[in-house]
Design a protein around this ligand. Structure first.
Ligand SMILES: Nc1nc2c(ncn2[C@@H]2O[C@H](COP(=O)(O)OP(=O)(O)OP(=O)(O)O)[C@@H](O)[C@H]2O)c(=O)[nH]1
Ligand SMILES: [Mg+2]
Length: 305
């Protein structure tokens, strides 16, 4: 079976292979995307983010099961920046999400190597593979609050931020600027002490922001709040479907711009490598005969003429 047909039929091996191609083989990836592009951009993309160990994978497992009961076929992409350090995180995720895998959820961990721009490029295209395989929603799990988070919030339609009372730095994370990105904020591990205070803190810090996000309490351990969260997610998904077309248009615009700028950067880079004007001015800067600003101006003029 050809890989495109395999993806379309939802064949797991074909999907796994396609995502590996996206991650590892730029040339083949381009060919693949060209073939499927027309039938992509229709699934709701849901991001789960938050500090390590907050319970994202456990929650996703439960939510995928609940969504399945409502007729949704979810796929999960776990973006795992720590996997190269621990090596164990992916295995852990498989265990924690194994319940939903058995029932047809597709789960895949992807490593975040390379520059931040390259990460979102490869996530976008992996999402396309899953859309072509008719998974909807596609859930993206990612850790922490850093540059990756901000990039991911540009890719997803719904952002869910998960906190838990166990990580002492939760409040710190709240202050650090994760307050803008969420549609839903969750205080997970509500079975543990401190959850009520954290819930109040989240409500005070975030509940009053302009976006008026939803704030909920869950426990995957005692199964509290899970059904409510699933219901809320379905509602939000239905609402987002209405604006999805416009969102997709503006995303495609920024993606196109990203690709062009990147291509131009690569081209100019190799032009500089072989430019005698560049090496001449570089030496002058290095021997302090001319300052970098003036040199850059002269070099740019010479290259772009
Ligand atoms: N007490 C309690 N423990 C929980 C709850 N949810 C998850 N855990 C536990 O918290 C730990 C981390 O859960 P994960 O679901 O792997 O958390 P995560 O946010 O996906 O973690 P990373 O992917 O490593 O960032 C595991 O030991 C879970 O069993 C909960 O509601 N209550
Ligand atoms: Mg996880």
């Amino acid at each position: 079976m050809d890989i495109v047909t395999g993806i379309k039929k939802g064949n797991r091996r074909a999907i796994a292979k396609a995502i590996s191609v996206i991650e590892n083989d730029e040339k083949e990836a381009k060919k693949l995307i060209k073939k499927i592009f027309k039938n992509t951009g229709n699934s709701t993309i849901i991001g789960f983010t938050g500090p390590a160990g907050a319970g994202k994978s456990s929650l996703i497992n439960k939510i995928a099961l609940a969504l399945k009961k409502s007729g949704y076929k979810a796929a999960v992409l776990a973006i795992d920046p720590t996997s190269h350090l621990t090596g164990g995180a992916i295995l852990g995720d498989r265990v924690r999400m194994s319940e939903s895998t058995d029932l047809g959820t597709y789960i895949r961990s992807i490593a975040t190597r390379g520059a931040t721009g390259a990460i979102s490029h490869s996530i976008r295209n992996s999402i396309r593979i899953l859309e072509y395989a008719k998974f909807d929603p596609i859930i993206i799990e990612s850790v922490g609050a850093g540059q990756t988070e901000i990039e991911i919030s540009k890719i997803v339609d719904v952002t869910i931020v998960v906190f838990n009372p166990h990580t002492g730095d939760s409040i710190q994370t709240i202050k650090a600027g994760i307050t803008e990105i969420g549609d839903i904020y969750i205080v997970n591990k509500s079975d543990l002490a401190g959850a009520a205070q954290l819930y109040d803190a989240v409500r005070d810090y975030i509940g009053t922001t302009k976006k008026r996000p939803l704030i909920m309490k869950t426990s995957t351990k005692s199964n509290k709040g899970i059904a409510e969260l699933a219901k809320t997610i379905v509602k939000v998904m239905q609402k987002k479907k209405k604006t999805k077309k416009d969102l997709e248009k503006s995303r495609l615009e920024s993606e196109l711009e990203d690709i062009i700028l990147n291509n131009i950067k690569v081209r100019i880079g190799s032009m500089l490598d072989s430019s005698s004007v560049y090496s001449k001015y570089l030496k002058k800067v290095q021997t302090k005969q001319i300052d970098p600003n003036e040199a850059a101006e002269k070099i740019s003029k010479s290259i772009l003429k």
